[in-house]
Design a protein around this ligand. Structure first.
Ligand code: GEM
Ligand code: ZN
Length: 374
């Protein structure tokens, strides 16, 4: 059996692949960082009909080791159809198995969103009549960081920003952005109402280097971009610096930062309740957004992060920094690496298609609220 990871978002270390019933593997650390959890590899030389067993032996030392409980690994024969495989976790590692139907299969922590698919998404977006490439930043390793403007028809539009995948292993985030852009291509009545009052500003992937490198959490300098918003730098976080400079020039009336969460098996959001500038106006907007999103899509409010105490928010996080700086509605939207247990889908768990559908629901909520954002 051959195990490979020398490709876009690949991450694995082979300890011993000589026994197909006990393939011993480890997850490589993020570039210049102690973080690790994302894995993605190709296994070739499988024997159809035979059960192949894999173990990620350093899973108990990973960034979110408690998140392996209840998690099931993903496999795919063709790179498009991803399905969950029998998985168990113990102090010896994360163990999963596949009774092979073909001679090769990919395995990953989540359905990968490739750089090639990102390029196709941009081409599709820029082919839309009201979408333009407003600016293009650069990652540390020189990959493009496109800022798309979706131009509405208002003379003085609200400016709604959505950024995705600051944490490069959270591939569900760019699946979300694909769903958002696809809906823009079929402007229905709701979308027309939204674009009659707002322009959208989209960054489909904030961390192209980390995504390509197979990182979970950091960029090519080992920086967690969602801890860089109070003091971004050209040397360690040019991706954040670029977006902040464009926000200052354009303005922000609403901000959504799209992420994934390793441990909580539900879709949820984290707001700005701990910001020093949090007001009853913003509190009411947050409650309305949550209420409407529960009605529109796969979303719930029972499970999520602990609330920040008043004035105790960490302003190094994008959501908190943008909400505070621009006095606007701001959320971190979290999708699960596991499943959304309010509507379990055993074959796939949470996946790219459900991430795309969530984006459709979010656009509907923004259309309903756009006239009250200021
Ligand atoms: C999280 S955002 C954490 C937000 N926490 C609270 N209490 N608001 C991060 O960056 O750690 C987002 C993520 O990692 O997906
Ligand atoms: Zn994240």
């Amino acid at each position: 059996m051959q195990i490979r990871s020398d490709f876009d978002s690949g991450n694995i270390q082979v300890l011993d692949a000589s026994d197909p019933s006990r393939v011993r593997l480890a997850i490589r650390k993020d570039f210049a960082s102690e973080h690790f959890q994302w894995f993605h590899f190709l296994a070739e030389g499988l024997v159809p009909g035979q059960v192949h067993r894999f173990s990620l032996e350093n899973a108990p030392q990973s960034s979110y080791k408690n998140a392996w409980s209840g998690y099931q690994a993903l496999a795919s024969y063709d790179g498009d159809d991803w399905f969950r495989v029998p998985t168990r976790y113990d102090e010896g590692g994360l163990h999963f198995e596949l009774q092979a139907e073909r001679g090769s299969a990919r395995f990953a922590y989540f359905e990968p969103y490739s750089r090639a698919r990102h390029a196709r998404l941009l081409t599709r977006a820029l082919a839309l009549p009201n979408v333009e490439l407003l600016a293009c930043g650069s990652s540390l390793q020189g990959r493009e960081l496109p800022l798309l403007q979706v131009r509405g028809t208002a003379a003085a539009p609200r400016r709604l920003w959505l950024i995705a995948q600051q944490h490069p292993g959270e591939h569900m985030a760019e699946w979300f952005m694909e769903g958002l852009i696809e809906r823009l291509a079929q402007p229905d009545g709701e979308l027309q109402r939204l674009l009659a009052q707002a322009d959208l500003y989209l960054v489909p992937n904030m961390n192209p280097d980390g995504a390509f490198l197979g990182n979970l959490r950091t960029n090519a300098a080992g920086q967690d971009l969602n801890r860089a918003w109070q003091a971004p730098s050209a040397e360690r976080s040019p991706e954040v610096l670029f977006v902040q400079e464009r926000m200052a020039a354009i303005g922000v009336d609403c901000f959504l930062d799209i992420h994934g969460d390793e441990e909580i098996p539900h879709v949820f959001a984290a707001g700005c309740e701990g910001n020093p500038g949090f007001t009853p106006r913003l509190d009411a907007l947050e409650q309305e957004f949550r209420r409407r999103l529960m009605a529109a899509g796969e979303f719930q409010v029972e499970h999520g992060y602990p609330l920040d105490a008043p004035g105790q928010a960490n302003l190094a996080l994008a959501c908190n920094w943008v909400g505070q700086t621009h006095d606007c509605l701001a959320f971190t939207i979290e999708m699960p690496f596991k499943d959304h247990d309010d509507n379990p889908q055993p074959r796939t768990g949470w996946n790219g298609a459900r991430s795309k559908r969530l984006a459709h629901a979010v656009l509907s909520v923004l259309a309903e609220m756009v006239d009250r954002l200021r």
